[in-house]
Design a protein around this ligand. Sequence first.
Ligand code: ATP
Length: 134
Amino acid sequence: MADTFQLDIVTPDGLVFSEPIEHLRAPGVEGSFGVLVGHTPFMTPLDVGEVDVTQSGKVRILATSGGFVEVNPDRTVILVQTAEFAEDIDIERAEEARKRAAERVQSKQPDTDLDRAEGALMRSINRIRVAKRI
Ligand code: ATP
């Protein structure tokens, strides 16, 4: 059996990644999990978190948010709202987003959409953490 499987990472903006890889680590809502070729099929929602992709022995890291993964023996599809490789993350933008979201969460104004503010806070903290991993 080949030691690689196809990984597609798709967002509403398009295909972010579509290549054969050796190993995937993804942030399932019930915990991070690994995938190798031949994995039993399953589907799970994903948390805001970090996706690690191993290709030719090298690990690349992405920050992802809000979506699902579908695992099959020879192909895995990650469908997420956002996905950025660590090297493409604009840390200053993420830091600004973090400050804005933290202020909104703390302000507790009646017109604040708390779920939205908390979502933005989680995404920005995740981006900062992932960007600092490289
Ligand atoms: P912001 O307020 O900075 O837009 P956000 O959390 O509201 O942050 P999202 O709605 O999650 O942004 O993402 C919108 C688009 O911008 C997506 O395509 C995402 O990949 C991209 N994006 C968001 N933040 C960054 C960042 N810090 N660096 C690179 N791309 C980013």
